[in-house]
Design a protein around this ligand. Structure first.
Ligand SMILES: Cc1ncc(COP(=O)(O)O)c(C=O)c1O
Length: 444
């Protein structure tokens, strides 16, 4: 079991290092001292190339709402693949998935597909700029919205750079981020109504939109307060800036996404992950008026949007199959299991008698290795000792045959059973006890 320097995974990591920078193509799944190479996945389990089986509470970072190799999705792909996987023509399936999704959400009059959540956020931001004619966007401090450089500003920012809390800095995430990008992104403190409102008001005339994730994993999966949501809606109304929800993850929270549960209708929504049934996907949805930026009028659209693999039929049929089985009953059952899971984890923390807490809602959870009260991004920022514990917990769980993520985030799929939840909770107790014995809690 991981980590094992003699394993096939360890050897493949060494081989990968020769041809792939850092051994792979996704910074977000990097693991040390070596990656785990997977051979196959079925339902809630994956088996690695060394024959180890892991209970998967990550589901490719929340994208597999039915777990791995869901039979209806596999069948859809098997039917489509021999007919062709990508055309420079339209397919009827694209209309069907668009009809299915727009029927579920009040604010989705129209939808436009692309290939990743990052692209979806990028297109939503570009659509807001094209619609309003304004250059800047606002986002919450620390929030993750994919890898578009404007969306990355302030991601993971820490005490050394984040500046005063009355006016968080626009901190670059990647080296070489142009200064123009930084100055076009206004950062607001999550859940701090008065400060966020003052910052937004100071830029009201220049903002194309405010990008907001109602279940931000990098803000600890803390719920937005009703007052904060209300402030965003009021700001949209008086400023003309668009409200852009990033529901790349949040869409899994309800049959009509998080926005339906919260009773907020954003102008634009970025989608991804579950709507592709496990294949690469993204989409922007919104009102007919705002989505008209994609329509040609005169020589070209206000926002021309190409993409060789946009709405490719393989993704679309897989997404259609996954969304067909994502019924209101399936959502309710999964979310009830999510609550059961969060409670089981809280009980595990009590049994292990360590400081900790569990946040999240619907089918998402995040385990925190401290008991500190958290409301804003800065409250969630880990101390060095907490970062070490989080790492130890994630690696310890893998040793117990359970995978969440490297930072305590986890999610369920419709294939998660009661026994799976119990196993995660038991493994958490075991790992926490081992961490305490190793002295990782001695400072408390
Ligand atoms: C909230 C959010 N937005 C955007 C993205 C980017 O999606 P993708 O990885 O498909 O580019 C992610 C990915 O995890 C996400 O969690």
């Amino acid at each position: 079991m991981f980590p094992d320097p003699k394993s096939r995974s360890a050897k493949l990591t060494q081989r990968a290092m020769q041809v792939l920078p850092d051994g792979g193509s996704r910074s977000t799944i990097r693991m040390t001292p070596h990656a785990i190479y997977v051979k196959e996945g079925h339902g809630g389990r994956v088996t690695d190339v060394d024959g180890n089986t892991l209970l998967d509470f990550n589901n490719n970072f929340t994208s597999l709402i039915h777990g791995h190799a869901h039979p209806r999705v596999v069948e859809a792909i098997q039917k489509q693949a021999p007919l062709g996987t990508a055309f420079s023509f339209a397919t009827e399936a694209e209309i069907e998935l668009a009809e299915m999704l727009t029927a579920r959400v009040e604010g989705f009059d129209m939808i436009r597909f692309c290939n990743s959540g990052s692209e979806a956020v990028m297109n939503a931001i570009k659509a807001a700029r094209a619609f309003t004619g304004r250059p800047r966007i606002a986002k919450c401090e620390g929030a993750y919205h994919g890898s578009y450089d404007f969306a990355e500003v302030s991601l993971g920012s820490g005490p050394d750079h984040w500046g005063d809390e009355t006016r968080p800095e626009s901190v670059p995430y990647s080296h070489g981020t142009p200064g123009g990008v930084l100055s076009d992104v206004i950062v607001i403190p999550f859940n701090d109504v008065a400060r966020a409102e003052a910052i937004l008001d100071a830029h009201a005339d220049e903002l194309a939109g405010v990008v907001f994730d109602p279940v931000s994993t990098q803000i600890g999966l803390l719920p937005p307060s009703p007052e904060f949501l209300d402030m965003l809606v009021r700001f949209r109304e008086r400023s003309g800036a668009l409200l852009i929800f990033d529901e790349v993850i949040a869409f899994r929270q309800g049959h009509g996404g998080s926005q339906t549960l919260l009773g907020v209708t954003p102008d634009l929504t970025a989608l991804g992950k579950i709507i592709g049934g496990g294949l690469p996907v993204g989409a922007v949805a919104g009102s007919r008026e705002v989505m008209s930026v994609f329509e040609v009028s005169g020589a070209k659209a206000r926002l021309p949007h190409g993409g060789t693999f946009n709405a490719n039929p393989l993704t679309i049929v897989a997404g259609r199959a996954a969304m067909t089985d994502w019924t209101p009953e399936a959502v309710d059952n999964l979310n009830a299991k999510g609550e059961q899971c969060r409670e089981a984890l809280r009980e595990a923390i009590r049994i292990a008698n360590v400081p900790g807490q569990v946040t999240g809602s619907g089918s998402l959870f995040r385990i925190h290795v401290h008991g500190r009260q958290m409301t804003t991004y800065r409250d969630t920022y880990p101390t060095a000792a907490e970062a070490e514990r989080t790492h130890a917990l994630a690696h310890g769980l893998i040793g117990e045959g359970v995978f969440t993520s490297t930072y305590g985030l986890g999610c369920l799929s419709t294939s998660t059973s009661d026994a799976d939840v119990a196993r995660l909770a038991d493994a958490t107790v075991t790992v926490y006890r081992a961490m305490r014995e190793k002295g990782l809690y001695d400072a408390d």
